[in-house]
Design a protein around this ligand. Structure first.
Ligand SMILES: [Zn+2]
Length: 274
């Protein structure tokens, strides 16, 4: 009798378990994931652990980077073209460690700090076409939530707003109808969204990244030019002591919940309708 009851329980629980698993981002498999990031490091710092788990679980992860991040250096001998090349190479190594293939990293090519001044219709049209082409099961982007916009630096603010505007436009074919009529891109409704860099008030989803936390630290510190001392006087490598210091800071800054390393998101299934 006990065995029968156990089997009955197991059978009844199965759909719940399967359904529950399918809903957890970090347990998804064989899905298409689209990440929009303002700069070639926010994806790693904001969601690198989750991206590593998604790649490990055989999902197809695409990273679209709005800007080339070509301004953020204090080095008086740096120039924008060189910094853009450095940041690109660093991002490819960094995302590569997380398992994202180089060919899945795409550059939209806007100048650092200038996204807010890019032609708006063009910017939204580009992101809309990307969504209609990739047709993601899940989209990750910077949180456009109401608390965060106050503090966001400009590219982050713009990337957050533009991405959600494009999510909306992608559903209705009459936005940018040439994409359907001339490019054969059908409208697309993004089913699930996870926004990284949420404000603490609005974070509602946490991914346990314990198993990839050190990998995330390694990937983060491949962005050498973002850290001291290379941000002050560029060098492509680390002194051992500087590297350890940067890694320690990253570990200290990584949010924890219930004793585990986590990445925080705001989960949403649609844009605001009103
Ligand atoms: Zn950034």
């Amino acid at each position: 009798m006990k065995i029968v009851l156990l089997w009955l329980f197991a059978l009844l629980s199965l759909p719940i378990l399967v359904f529950g698993q399918a809903q957890r981002l970090e347990q998804m498999q064989n899905k298409t994931i689209l990440v929009f990031t303002p700069h070639p490091d926010d994806d790693v710092f904001g969601a690198g652990g989750t991206i590593a788990l998604l790649n490990r679980n055989h999902n197809k992860v695409y990273i679209f980077i709005y800007t080339n991040d070509d301004k953020g250096s204090y080095d008086p001998d740096m120039n924008s073209q060189r910094l853009a090349r450095i940041r690109r190479a660093e991002e490819e190594v960094s995302e590569g460690l997380l398992g994202t293939p180089k060919e899945n990293i795409q550059w939209m090519g806007y100048d650092d700090g200038m996204l807010e001044y890019a032609p708006q219709p063009k910017l939204t049209e580009e992101a809309t076409a990307i969504i209609r082409r990739i047709r993601p099961d899940v989209l990750l982007s910077v949180d456009p939530g109401e608390w965060y916009e106050r503090w966001h630096k400009s590219d982050h603010r713009m990337a957050a707003f533009n991405t959600i505007d494009a999510v909306r436009a992608a559903e209705f074919w009459l936005y940018f109808p040439n994409q359907k009529l001339q490019q054969g891109l059908q409208p697309y409704k993004v089913p699930e969204m996870y926004f990284f860099y949420p404000s603490p008030q609005e974070a509602n989803y946490f991914v346990n990244i314990d198993s990839v936390a050190e990998l995330k630290v390694d990937a983060g510190t491949k962005q050498v030019s973002q850290f001291e001392p290379a941000v002050n006087k560029y060098r492509s490598d680390w002194e051992a002591a500087d590297l350890e210091k940067a890694k320690k800071e990253m570990r200290d800054e990584q949010p924890r919940k219930d004793g585990h390393y986590v990445e925080a998101f705001r989960y949403a299934t649609g844009f605001v309708q009103y």
